[in-house]
Design a protein around this ligand. Structure first.
Ligand code: IMP
Ligand code: MG
Length: 180
C-alpha cells in the first residue's frame, strides 16, 4: 500500500497539531451553543473522530452519507444521499466537517440542502483545501491545510476505496490512477 505513495504531504504530527488548533477555535466560538457537528462520510470519518475528541464544549454529532456520481479522481457535483441526518437541524448551529474541498460542487450542494432546513447557523470545517480546482466559490470557516493540485490519500481519503487507513496524508503516484 505505501509503495503507491509518491510522497508524504502531511505527517501524523502535522495533522494532529492542526486538528487541535481547529478544535480550540471551535470550543471558543461555540461555547454555550451546543453545536451539531456533521461529518460527511466517508472521507471525513478519521478527521471527525480526532476533531471531536479535542473539542472541550458540549456538542452533538451526526453523519450524512453521500456518494458523488463522478468517477475516478473528479466529481460531477451531483450527489446521491445514502444516509440522511438523524437530527432535526432547525434552529441548530451546524458545523459541517469535510475531508477536502476540491471543486466545491459536492459541498455547495450539501450546504444549500442544509440551509433550506432552517438551521440557526452553518459553518464549514475542512481539513484540506485545494483552491486551484475550485469551480464554485465556497466559504471555509475552519481550514486545516491549503494544498497543491495533487491527488492525495490517507487519513480517511481514498482512491477507489483504498488507502483510507493510512495515518498520514500522501500524494498518490499518478500511475496508480492514470492506469485505469
Ligand atoms: P468536490 O465536490 O470536487 O469539492 O469534491 C470533494 C470530494 O471529492 C471530497 O469529499 C473527496 O471525497 C473527493 N476528493 C477530491 N479531491 C480528492 C483527493 O485529492 N483525494 C481524495 N479524494 C478527493
Ligand atoms: Mg468525501
Amino acid at each position: 500500500m505505501t509503495n503507491d505513495i509518491k510522497e508524504v504531504l502531511l505527517s501524523e504530527e502535522q495533522i494532529a497539531k492542526v486538528v487541535k488548533k481547529i478544535a480550540e477555535e471551535i470550543s471558543r466560538d461555540y461555547k454555550d451553543k451546543n453545536p451539531l457537528i456533521i461529518s460527511v462520510l466517508k472521507g471525513s470519518f478519521v478527521f471527525m473522530a480526532d476533531l471531536v475528541r479535542q473539542i472541550k464544549i458540549p456538542c452533538a454529532i451526526d453523519f450524512m452519507s453521500i456518494s458523488s456520481y463522478g468517477k475516478g479522481t473528479k466529481t460531477s457535483g451531483e450527489v446521491k444521499i445514502n444516509k440522511d441526518l438523524d437530527t432535526k437541524i432547525e434552529n441548530r448551529h451546524l458545523i459541517v466537517v469535510e475531508d477536502i474541498l476540491d471543486s466545491g460542487l459536492t459541498l455547495s450542494y450539501i450546504l444549500d440542502m442544509f440551509k433550506a432546513r432552517g438551521p440557526a447557523s452553518v459553518k464549514l470545517c475542512t481539513l484540506l483545501d485545494k483552491p486551484d480546482r475550485r469551480k464554485i466559490p465556497v466559504k471555509i470557516d475552519y481550514n486545516g491545510f491549503t494544498i497543491p493540485d495533487e491527488f492525495v490519500v490517507g487519513y480517511g481519503l481514498d482512491y477507489d476505496e483504498k488507502y483510507r487507513n493510512l495515518p498520514y496524508i500522501g500524494i498518490l503516484k499518478p500511475e496508480i490512477y492514470s492506469a485505469k
